[in-house]
Design a protein around this ligand. Structure first.
Ligand code: SF4
Ligand code: SF4
Length: 138
């Protein structure tokens, strides 16, 4: 009652946003810089293979990975498809994956909250090996 609650069926915590930390009047949520917030692990995602449509219906999905801002959810080969895999070290618990997951009534990916915040690993930024064509044809 009267305490902040994150409901990832209704929405998720925006990766860039720190508004709650700026406006909390009681100090229950302390101010945090955006870069620090992006590494603050307030939960971790859990994957339930038995609910995921890639496994249950052999259908393409990947909504969880597409919406994950840290790429803690990666897609790995599964038969002729790709299926999610969670790297918890990179997960901050934002809930974007849970919100995006289409399975009902139970999500195939959900966030388990942490009673004590952790520190997530910094997302890896990979350089794309793309050669730019100098004389663009049009
Ligand atoms: S909660 Fe889901 S979307 Fe958010 S960082 Fe973790 S795996 Fe990615
Ligand atoms: S969004 Fe849900 S159903 Fe789709 S691949 Fe991810 S876990 Fe599976």
């Amino acid at each position: 009652m009267m305490q902040p609650r994150l409901d990832y069926r209704a929405a998720f915590c925006n990766y860039e946003c720190t508004t709650c930390t700026e406006i909390c009047p009681s100090g229950a949520i302390l101010p945090v810089a955006q870069e620090q917030k992006k590494l603050t692990q307030f939960g971790t995602a859990k994957f339930l293979k038995d609910n995921c449509i890639v496994y249950t219906e052999e259908k393409e999905c990947g909504a969880c990975s597409e919406h994950c801002p840290t790429k803690a959810v990666r897609m790995v080969p599964y038969k002729k498809l790709v299926a999610p895999e969670v790297k918890e070290d990179y997960c901050i618990g934002c809930g974007a994956c849970e919100f995006a997951c289409p399975t009902r009534p139970y999500k195939a990916i959900y966030v388990e909250g942490k009673s004590v915040h952790g520190l997530a690993k910094k997302p890896e930024v990979k350089k794309l090996d793309v050669k730019v064509q100098e004389d663009f044809p049009f």
